[in-house]
Write a new protein. Structure first.
Length: 202
């Protein structure tokens, strides 16, 4: 890593990755979650109409349809909150790793025969090595965010059964404990596809 990321390119590399984490956080917090909140409010109103006109042709959409759609929206919100959780944590660990890497680049470039080089070798980089090691072990090869994000064309198909939210919630609890498991149930795009399909048939 020290030799493949020279000093002059480190700042650009750090900025690019940090911006990626920041953009994920911004999109999730400022766009996705507020949109889901608005969607929930609208669906709640429509559910009320469906309940009021349950036996009337004036509003002939089944109440169960709205229950299923609202469960999918709950799944999307749950995934969104976990994306925020993992992206924030991973970003902090990345910054610690990048700080350590920058120090190592400077150490490699320093001439130990000079006073400046000697001071560089002796200087405390003030790095949290626990976070650095955690990033190397858990994120540098495969980010936890990969479990939630994918191209829409690569999203596995899910089926919005009555227990879809409970299944997702249980799977996430298992995932957070570090268990290896198939992560098809976590893909954000899968729930968007299912939500779109359910709305189109209303």
């Amino acid at each position: 890593m020290i030799y493949t990321k020279p000093e002059q390119g480190h700042k650009r590399w750090e900025h690019g990755l940090s911006q990626g984490y920041t953009k994920i956080l911004e999109i999730t917090q400022e766009n996705l979650l507020p949109a889901l909140d608005q969607c929930s409010m609208i669906l709640s109103n429509l559910k009320g109409l469906a309940l009021y006109y349950e036996h009337s042709p004036a509003f002939d959409v089944p109440l169960a349809s709205f229950m299923t759609i609202m469960d999918v929206v709950r799944c999307l919100r749950l995934i969104g909150h976990h994306i925020l959780l993992f992206a924030t944590d991973e970003h902090h660990r990345f910054l610690a790793f990048s700080k350590w890497l920058r120090h190592m680049i400077e150490v490699q470039a320093a001439d130990p025969a000079t006073q400046i080089g000697h001071e560089m070798l002796e200087r405390d980089p003030a790095v949290d090595y626990t976070m650095v090691l955690s990033y190397i072990q858990n994120s540098i090869g495969k980010s936890k965010l990969d479990h939630f994000l994918c191209r829409p064309t690569e999203a596995p198909t899910i089926s919005a059964e009555s227990d879809v939210y409970d299944i997702l919630k249980g799977a996430l609890e298992t995932f957070k404990k570090g268990s290896n498991m198939k992560n098809d149930v976590f893909k954000l795009a899968s729930y968007f596809e299912e939500l779109t399909g359910l709305l189109l048939v209303l």
